[in-house]
Design a binder for this molecule. Structure first.
Ligand code: ADP
Length: 550
């Protein structure tokens, strides 16, 4: 029997319309570096998004599912693009401004982007690439920045404000199929070419609802969220859509992502929530330790994208800021888990739950798969590769405009689950603890050593600012851990024996203790601020590290 219910497509258009009317007074505040930040209400954002849609269609010829790219910081205009482009039936393609230029060009060509909306301050990155981007017909420039480099370039150039000025404030939004493409985002391509994930209207809508649930970020129109995670990194973890759905105010840092301006904007604008990767929180902690600021408005913060060291969580607890650990990936939209402890526990009892990656929501099914393909029990001990499925999880990668979507065997199981490449355990009550990425795990004499566990233990040492542990070849054991550490400013020097003893005291098994050590000036980071371990492995292989063997 079919249901008797209406079948209204779940689309970004509905999120746009809802936010600009029901939550018209909520605001997007963009940091400008000037004494006053820039403020725009959801009603204004919605009207300007409508004007942008008219301009894209009437002036730039976007009349179907063409890709419109953005090369932008987090700011109000980027939110307008987020809402306008999918709502008109086109596909928003956010470009990661920290990728190497040749990768960026590869991605634009693969996606066949027709238009790029770029922040003026990013023109020095875009303009030299334009001769290699034959599909780009129009460049739309928004916000401050020197325009002189644009003289004589081939694609037509438009000023964002002039382009949208005076356009109609209504648009005949098409009724879209909810399964249609709304936005795309490429993974950073650590191995091989980058892979494009294409989000549907439906996946974005359902994911936004999950983001807004209390068991996830749980924000309302009483909140202001500081969106540090870039809009080019998995849709800023879904926040621009989720906030428009619930009227949550957004505080956007634009290009002011350094610890000092972030601390200033928190103290001044008093956001109640923020979202960023651990590196940002490490930097901010060092900043407020040196120059104290009041961060207490941020009662609740979402931290993810890489493992959050428990020592970082403790340090923020002392500042009155509670970090909530989350796991996800580009392929999972990204919300996969969040670490809210179960009800009825004391602070002490909550702790072991808070340091896990968290619990799966109803929309994300999970299983652990062992080396022989067997499904492992959820007993908190059996470690395997995490596989997930659900309505906001990718089923394939974009195959290019002429090709079929791609389902590489190492990324998708035969029965359609996503192979995450993450290794971990799940407890009987559904909390995930990741021990490693499959490619980072250290295989020593047939046993696995978790690089993340060693790193977390090392980062709890008072002299250690950051630590990254990688597998290096070893004649006897196959692989052994190499511990690279960044010392805190003012640390007296390094005593590797003492660090090793500290690891042993913190409960690391003797056979897992690293014998190779190196002090490095900084841990190399990927384009989205995660530890880039392949760079350390390469530096080691090429003899560039000063390694002490104990
Ligand atoms: P990439 O880092 O390859 O650019 P993503 O941003 O999609 O791509 O990263 C997803 C990966 O980041 C996950 O597969 C996982 O390895 C790692 N990750 C994300 N959140 C966490 C977390 N809370 N703890 C540990 N690892 C995490």
């Amino acid at each position: 029997m079919l249901s008797t219910m209406q079948d209204v497509p779940l689309t970004v258009t509905r999120i746009l319309h809802h936010g600009m009317t029901i939550h018209g007074k909520s605001q997007v505040t963009t940091w400008t570096g000037e004494p006053e930040p820039h403020r725009r209400t959801f009603a204004e954002i919605g009207t300007r998004a409508t004007r942008l849609a008219n301009a894209l269609r009437d002036e730039l010829g976007i009349d179907g599912d063409q890709r419109v790219a953005t090369l932008m910081w987090n700011n109000a205009e980027h939110v307008e693009a987020y809402l306008a482009i999918p709502s008109m039936g086109a596909v928003l393609h956010t470009l990661n401004l920290r990728l190497p230029p040749e990768q960026l060009a590869w991605i634009v060509n693969h996606a066949d982007d027709k238009v790029v909306i770029v922040n003026g301050s990013l023109l020095p990155l875009l303009v030299p690439l334009l001769p290699h981007l034959p599909s780009i017909e129009h460049v739309v420039v928004a916000g401050p920045g020197d325009r002189s480099a644009l003289a004589g370039i081939t694609p037509r150039v438009h000023e964002y404000e002039e382009l949208i000025a005076g356009r109609s404030t209504t648009f005949d939004w098409p009724e879209l199929d909810e399964r249609q493409a709304a936005a795309m985002c490429y993974t950073s391509g650590t191995t091989g070419d980058p892979k494009g994930v294409v989000y549907s209207h439906r996946s974005i809508y359902l994911h936004s609802m999950q983001v807004n649930m209390t068991e996830s970020m749980g924000l309302t129109d009483k909140d202001t969220t500081l969106v540090v995670v870039p809009q080019f990194h998995v849709n800023a973890w879904g926040l621009p859509h989720a906030t428009f759905m619930s009227g949550v105010n957004m505080l956007m840092p634009d290009r002011f992502l350094q610890p000092a301006p972030l601390a200033d904007m928190i103290e001044r604008e008093r956001p109640t929530h923020a979202a960023a990767v651990p590196t940002i929180w490490q930097g901010l902690l060092a900043e407020v330790t040196a120059n104290p600021r009041d961060l207490t408005s941020m009662a609740n913060v979402t931290i993810g994208g890489a493992a959050c060291p428990p020592s970082l969580m403790e340090a923020y607890d002392k500042l009155g800021v509670r970090l909530c650990h989350a796991w996800g990936m580009t392929e999972t939209s990204p919300l996969g888990t969040m670490a809210h402890p179960p009800a009825g526990l004391s602070d002490e009892e909550q702790w072991p739950y808070r340091v896990t990656q968290g619990r799966f929501p109803a929309g994300v099914e999970a299983r652990l798969v062992g080396p022989g393909g067997e499904h492992l029990p959820w007993d908190g001990e059996s470690a395997g590769e995490l596989e997930v499925r659900g309505p906001w999880i990718a089923a394939a990668y974009y195959g290019g405009s002429d090709g079929e979507h791609l389902r590489p065997e190492d990324k998708f199981s035969e029965d359609g689950w996503l192979k995450t490449g993450d290794v971990g355990v799940i407890s009987a009550d559904g909390f995930l603890t990741l021990t490693d990425r499959a490619k980072d795990v250290i295989k020593s004499g047939g046993e696995w050593i978790s690089s993340v566990e060693l790193e977390n233990a090392l980062m709890a040492h008072p002299d250690v600012a950051e630590a990254a542990v990688v597998a290096v070849p070893d004649e006897k054991w196959g692989e052994r851990p190499l511990a690279t550490v960044v010392l805190k400013e003012g640390a007296a020097g390094v005593d590797y024996e003492a660090l090793k003893a500290f690891l042993a005291e913190s409960g690391i098994a003797k056979w897992q203790l690293p014998e190779r050590w190196s002090v490095i000036p900084a841990v190399p980071k990927t384009s989205v601020g995660k530890f880039d371990k392949k760079v350390i492995r390469k530096q080691y292989a090429e003899g560039e590290l000063d390694v002490t063997q104990l």
